[in-house]
Structure formats: structure tokens, C-alpha cells
Design a protein around this ligand. Structure first.
Ligand SMILES: Nc1ncnc2c1ncn2[C@@H]1O[C@H](COP(=O)(O)OP(=O)(O)O)[C@@H](O)[C@H]1O
Ligand SMILES: [Mg+2]
Length: 311
């Protein structure tokens, strides 16, 4: 239990999971784990497989724990509906949720503040693909601006492959990003309220952290402690705080990083509703900070108090 609250103070809690996005299955797993944790702590928590058009199912609840990933749950639309209903909810508000979901506008905000990001260009069917390949170098990454779970992402390795990669990404979103490849390692940092948790290094067995590596393979390695020296990890955690705050995020979330080959950190993206299965990264970082899964869930639920302080 968090220091100041008893289970009864949370009232009747709806744990929203599932949904209609590409990340439905992951969300069901995360939601099940969160629901079990809150129930163990004595909270009057109820799971809802939350599809479009189900707002009326929230009648009679006092607060909402959002464990929906992707569109319709993580992107600000649900947050706006809950604001209008006067129902407190966990995590980021309308603007921050929408911004974090949009990789392009996230980059615009971060770069305007001088935060380090990989070089990138927005591309469309009329782009001069050879020129983009020349400017960003090969390999390069192509991805839809609004997706998750590595859906629609391609690593372009050979000249001439960019056009097909763009078309694949464009099946998921009108906006497509071409991005400089950074090959110095992948890391993620969890922000939990005022606290920034230890960084985790992600070492996929394959070429990059694709859908299979995230959810299907069991040979992805997660290192925590992450292996960076103290100063480098401190710098990364400070950048995570800066990137999170710049988007107006609140409560909890994850900021992902890539290092260049010289070891300099670059912000990749922010997740305002990260995975919460017992194999997920946020619980792993919490554990390293001495916070078990049940306490973590209560801390996140605590973020539904005092909403309206962020964006
Ligand atoms: N610029 C890049 N350089 C190196 N690897 C990248 C780059 N962009 C993406 N990746 C790899 O692709 C994965 C998915 O890309 P990401 O931008 O995080 O999209 P998603 O929202 O689908 O997770 C990353 O976790 C990383 O392994
Ligand atoms: Mg990612």
C-alpha cells in the first residue's frame, strides 16, 4: 500500500485493457497482471476489455487505471473522454498522450528544446529516395509516425530499398519517417512520478528489437544494471526526465534511447502506457529500484490523484 492511502481510498477502480489496437494481446496480458496486483492489495478493482463505444461501462467507477496501448487508449482520445466524464485516470493527460503517440511531433518538440535525437526526414511517395539514402546514410530505419510494437518498421540496408520500405510503413500511417541508423546500443528508462528508475539495456538476438523480439522470442536479453558507467547512466536518466517533461507527460512512462557508435545518447521515443506484464521493462526497472510489482501498480494508481497538473 502506498504510504498515505488505504485500499478503500481508491474506491471502485476500472482497469481498462485489450481495446481495438494492434497491441490488443499485449494489453490484455498487462491488464490482467495489473488487475491481479491491485486485487492482492485489497483494491476494489475490476477489469474491462474496453472496445470503442464502451464509455457507458464506466458508470459507477471512481477512477480508471489505463493499460490500453496504442490508438484509442494511449493516444489522448480516451483521456479526453475521461476528462469530460470527470473520472480521474492514471498517467498522462490529453496533450501529452497524443504527442507521445506521434513520433514526428515528439521529435519536433525534443529538437526545439535541444534534446539529442537521430537525424531524420519525413518522406512520401514523391520523395527523392536516392537523395534521402545519401543524406541519412545506409543502413537507415523507416517507420510509420504513429504505431508501436515495431509494426511497419523496416531497416533499409541496400540502395534502392527505401521506396518499398516507405510503402510498407505507409500502410499503417500517412506520415512516414526515415531515420539515421544508430548502432551503439538500445536502452530504456522508466519515469515514475518524481522518480527516474535505473536504465535497462535491450540486446535483441536478431538485427533489431522487432515484433518477434518484443513478444515472441525468448532470446532477447535485458540488462539491468545496464552496463553504462555511472556518469553515462546519470546523463541518460536526466535526458529521460527532460524528454518526459517536455511532452508534458505525468505519472509514469518510458523513454527509449539509442546510442551512436561514439556512445552519445539520443532519444528515440516515449511511451505513455508501457507494457506491464511481469516480463515487461517497467516492472523490471522498478524491481531494480526495490519496488515490487504490486507496489509499482499502486504507485501508478496514485498518479490518478492530483490529475490536471501535467499536459
Ligand atoms: N534509428 C534507429 N537506429 C537503430 N535502430 C532503430 C532505429 N529506429 C528504430 N530502431 C529499432 O527498431 C525498433 C522499433 O522502432 P521504434 O521507433 O521504437 O518503433 P515502435 O514504436 O514500433 O517501438 C527499436 O526498438 C530499435 O530496435
Ligand atoms: Mg519502440
Amino acid at each position: 500500500m502506498s504510504e498515505l492511502r488505504t485500499a478503500a481510498d481508491y474506491g471502485r477502480v476500472a482497469v481498462l485493457m485489450g481495446g481495438d489496437s494492434a497491441e490488443r494481446e499485449v494489453s490484455l496480458k498487462s491488464g490482467g497482471a495489473v488487475l491481479a496486483a491491485l486485487s492482492r492489495a485489497g483494491v476494489d478493482a475490476h477489469g474491462i476489455d474496453f472496445r470503442a463505444g464502451m464509455l457507458a461501462s464506466l458508470a459507477g467507477f471512481d477512477r480508471v487505471f489505463i493499460v490500453l496501448h496504442g490508438r484509442g487508449g494511449e493516444d489522448g482520445t480516451l483521456q479526453g473522454a475521461l476528462e469530460l466524464m470527470g473520472l480521474p485516470y492514471t498517467g498522462s493527460g490529453v496533450l501529452a498522450s497524443a504527442l507521445a503517440m506521434d513520433k514526428w511531433r515528439t521529435k519536433l518538440v525534443w529538437s526545439a528544446l535541444g534534446l539529442p535525437i537521430p537525424a531524420f526526414e519525413m518522406i512520401d511517395a514523391d520523395s527523392d529516395f536516392a537523395a534521402v539514402e545519401a543524406r541519412l546514410g545506409l543502413p537507415l530505419f523507416v517507420k510509420p509516425a504513429n504505431e508501436g510494437s515495431s509494426v511497419g518498421v523496416t531497416k533499409v540496408k541496400a540502395p534502392g530499398e527505401l521506396a518499398a520500405a516507405r510503402a510498407a510503413a505507409a500502410r499503417h500511417d500517412r506520415l512516414v519517417i526515415a531515420e539515421q541508423f544508430l548502432g551503439g546500443g538500445e536502452y530504456t528508462v522508466t519515469v515514475l512520478g518524481e522518480q527516474v528508475l535505473p536504465a535497462i539495456r535491450i540486446v535483441p538476438a536478431g538485427e533489431y528489437y522487432d515484433y518477434e523480439a518484443k513478444y515472441l522470442r525468448d532470446d532477447t536479453r535485458y540488462l539491468c544494471p545496464c552496463g553504462l558507467d555511472v556518469a553515462a547512466e546519470a546523463e541518460m536518466r536526466e535526458l529521460a526526465r527532460g524528454g518526459f517533461d517536455a511532452l508534458g507527460c505525468r505519472g509514469w512512462g518510458r523513454v527509449d534511447f539509442l546510442l551512436d557508435t561514439a556512445g552519445a545518447p539520443h532519444l528515440l521515443e516515449a511511451n505513455s502506457v508501457p507494457g506491464m506484464t511481469d516480463h515487461s521493462l517497467v516492472p523490471m526497472a522498478a524491481k531494480a529500484a526495490g519496488l515490487d510489482f504490486d507496489s509499482l501498480c499502486l504507485r501508478i494508481l496514485d498518479s490518478s490523484f492530483g490529475a490536471g497538473e501535467g499536459a
